[in-house]
Ligand binder design. Structure first.
Ligand SMILES: Nc1ncnc2c1ncn2[C@@H]1O[C@H](COP(=O)(O)OP(=O)(O)O)[C@@H](O)[C@H]1O
Ligand SMILES: N[C@@H](CCOP(=O)(O)O)C(=O)O
Length: 314
């Protein structure tokens, strides 16, 4: 009988909200975290984990049993009422932490998918998705991280989720300006009001519609207004120093619009492919002028979502 030696799970980072789609839309990006799960022999001991992390920000990741990847791994076993096996988890970080690029979603999805494969794949993708949304608390990062592409998530009348794939025109490029400072999602959610006016709700519904059709058709006149929002960006801008300077620089070089990626502090510009390089360099310079070091990257949409491979031995 073949025995699992290692399970490798690769999960894309994501950009959520895209302006008016607060907590309901997100897209997977060509930026990845990799998680390797290796069963270890620990005799009678259970719930034992060894975690090793590599990558530029490795020292910032908790390697205790509180690690989010392991917590998600345990969730599958507890959900199935099974005893979790001792495991070694190797994490290779490619998604910057706490920058609004869905690093926590990669950890959750990675842990769930790894555990499900180790347990013999008892859970279907839809069940894993529900567990992931429950852990993260909102669907807009974990859904595209798992499925790839740009996805809209809406609740169904029976309390489930309807997931809709959003076409993304290949002329439209996401340029991500990633600063060297962090902003936790929890902190950036704490500044938001609990209620919104009717005028704000109508504003966001209209602009989300514009965004969806703009992304599908690539129509630049629609996309130029589509990233406006009244639900989160007005309250979060002050947490991101240089926000207005970056927006002005990006628009000056021809960006169609700029928004906060997820809860920030990364900023995302939607750009016609022809302008991508000029916009990226203008955004980097604008942050440098206010003393912030940043990495600015023109990325693509990841269409595959989470990938996994199992190597066996014995
Ligand atoms: N690869 C990882 N392994 C373990 N925990 C992680 C990993 N990536 C992110 N996390 C956890 O998620 C936190 C960041 O989550 P959050 O504030 O939501 O930011 P982000 O926008 O990156 O998702 C990190 O501080 C860490 O606790
Ligand atoms: N809709 C959430 C998205 C958070 O994304 P993250 O990448 O910052 O974790 C929010 O805006 O709070």
């Amino acid at each position: 009988m073949s025995v699992i030696s290692t399970i490798t799970v690769t999960v894309p980072g994501t950009t959520a909200n895209l302006g008016p789609g607060f907590d309901c839309i997100g897209a997977a990006l060509t930026l990845y975290n990799q998680f390797k799960f290796t069963p270890i022999d620990k005799g009678e001991e259970t719930e034992v984990v060894h975690i090793a992390v590599t990558g530029a920000e490795a020292a910032r990741v908790d390697t205790s049993a509180e690690n989010l990847v392991y917590q998600a791994f345990l969730k599958v076993y507890h959900h199935l009422d099974l005893t979790p096996p001792p495991v070694k988890i190797d994490i290779e970080l490619g998604v910057p932490l706490a920058r609004g690029l869905g690093s926590s979603a990669t950890a959750i999805v990675g842990g769930l998918v790894g555990a499900n494969l180790m347990a013999g794949e008892p859970l279907e993708r839809g069940e894993l998705m529900k567990l992931a949304i429950a852990i993260e608390g909102h669907p807009d990062n974990v859904v595209p991280a798992l499925l790839g592409g740009c996805r809209l998530a809406a609740t169904t009348e029976d309390g489930g989720w309807e997931i809709c794939d959003i076409p993304w025109h290949d002329r439209i490029i996401p340029v991500l300006a990633i600063p060297d400072f962090e902003l936790s999602t929890q902190e950036a959610r704490a500044v938001l009001p609990k209620e919104f006016s009717r005028a704000d709700a109508i504003f966001n519904v209209a602009h989300l519609g514009l965004l969806l059709r703009g992304l599908e058709t690539g129509r630049e006149d629609w996309l130029r207004s589509a990233l406006q929002d009244k639900f989160h960006q007005p309250y979060r801008q002050s947490l991101i120093s240089g926000y207005e300077d970056l927006r002005a620089a990006a628009l000056r070089e021809g960006a169609l619009g700029m928004a906060i990626s997820g809860a920030g502090p990364t900023l995302i510009a939607l750009v016609n492919v022809i302008q991508a390089e000029a916009v990226a360099s203008a955004m980097a310079q604008a942050w440098a002028k206010v003393g912030i070091t940043a990495e600015v990257r023109s990325l693509s949409i990841d269409w595959q979502g989470t990938k996994s491979a199992i190597s066996t031995g014995g």
